[in-house]
Write a protein that binds this ligand. Structure first.
Ligand code: AMP
Length: 175
């Protein structure tokens, strides 16, 4: 079976969570399957054109595979968190949500100028969160060399928001 088929077989659809009309893709069963976790990490690495200098993981499910990928590549892992969660000095970026705004942050000493950075999250929906993370990367003088996600919701066209940063966008399982 393909990696995509195996991932889809482990994802649980939860209708109307966290609010009516949302079909939540629950990836937690994946973490109970060590072989699949390994295949996912290797699948991400095989699909990279260049080895990045660092991996960014977006709170909170982006931390799970993000750190595993970074460790396997022997490169730094950098956390992007919701405002107010990181303890040291931060830079922040505010972006629009369907209703209101959200703010994310990164420690200001995490990236070096000129680094090629890959942004990872569990799921690409509208692309707003990954786009905001990309702004944090470029604010630090680093380059976004790509994005990767376990799941992509194609019908929401999130990739369109990310092409201005990089054309290198990988979703292992597409819906
Ligand atoms: P977006 O900024 O719209 O691309 O949303 C991406 C973020 O929201 C990711 O961090 C996802 O974990 C989460 N997310 C959005 N939609 C879903 C969904 N249907 N199922 C699971 N997570 C979702």
């Amino acid at each position: 079976m393909s990696l995509e088929t195996n991932i889809k077989a482990s994802i649980r659809d939860i209708p109307d969570f966290p609010k009516p009309g949302i079909m939540f893709k629950d990836i937690t069963p994946i973490f109970e399957n060590q072989a699949l976790c390994n295949d996912i990490v290797n699948g991400f690495i095989e699909r990279m054109d260049v080895k990045p200098d660092a991996i960014i993981g977006i709170e909170s499910r982006g931390f799970l595979f993000g750190l595993l990928i970074a460790n396997k590549l022997n490169i730094p892992f950098v956390l992007v968190r919701k405002a107010g969660k990181l303890p040291y000095k931060t830079i922040s970026y505010e972006y629009e949500l369907e209703y209101g705004t959200a703010k994310i942050e990164m420690h200001l000493d995490s990236l070096q100028k000129g680094w090629n950075v890959l942004i990872h999250d569990d799921l690409l929906a509208t692309g707003g969160t990954a786009d905001a993370a990309a702004h944090l990367v470029t604010q630090q003088g680093a380059n976004v060399c790509g994005f990767n996600f376990v799941v992509g919701l194609e019908f929401l066209n999130g990739k369109e928001k990310l092409y201005k940063h990089s054309n290198n966008i990988t979703c292992l399982a597409q819906y």
